[in-house]
Design a protein around this ligand. Structure first.
Ligand SMILES: [Ca+2]
Ligand SMILES: [Ca+2]
Length: 188
């Protein structure tokens, strides 16, 4: 046996010995049962329109005056707000439509909703809407709705919308003065 062959055998033996589990490792393995494969415990059920009453479709309306070349964000869609507008413990749904009026569905329980878009006063506003935020802006315990609008240069249709909850399933549109109030102290 040459020197190099002997060294190779020696190192190979050391390598194999070091790879063998130590007695302590075997003991720990015996104490730890094999983990069960994770099984999905949650599934989703599709609620049909015939049951929910929610028939909102955020359809795209393209034209020569409005298309992807003019507005690359055209396909971004709008937003969905989940809020309890009547404080009955059931979450209601608010949808923005990029072109048409917003939609508001009152949760009646058991996955059934009532379309109160028109009656609540949120449906009659056009303009390109990009999202919605829910907040109790005046701290009166009734959740309010803030809708963002964009792109159009016509200011009345460009301004964002703040719907203040009247507490009776209707909303009032909060408007702001065109110019901020003067901060100059009145002269005596
Ligand atoms: Ca509710
Ligand atoms: Ca409020």
């Amino acid at each position: 046996m040459t020197y190099s062959t002997g060294a190779t055998l020696l190192f190979s033996s050391l390598f194999l010995f070091s790879c063998k589990n130590a007695p302590d490792d075997d003991f720990l393995r015996a104490e730890m049962p094999e983990a069960e494969p994770v099984k999905a415990s949650t599934t989703f059920e599709l609620i049909p329109v015939s049951r929910s009453g929610i028939d909102f479709v955020p359809e795209i309306q393209e034209s020569f005056q409005y298309n992807f070349l003019l507005d690359p964000y055209e396909y971004n869609g709008g937003g969905v707000g989940i809020l309890d507008i009547d404080n009955d413990g059931l979450q209601d749904l608010f949808f923005t439509h990029r072109f048409n009026g917003c939609r508001l569905y009152l949760n009646k329980g058991n996955f059934q909703f009532e379309d109160i878009s028109e009656a609540s006063g949120v449906a009659q506003f056009s303009g390109l809407k990009t999202g919605v935020a829910v907040v109790d802006i005046n701290g009166d315990g009734w959740q309010d709705i803030y809708v963002c609008r964009t792109w159009l240069t016509n200011l009345p249709e460009r301004r964002n919308l703040l719907f203040v909850n009247n507490g009776n399933n209707t909303f009032g549109l909060k408007t702001f003065p065109k110019k901020p109030a003067s901060t100059t102290a009145p002269t005596a």
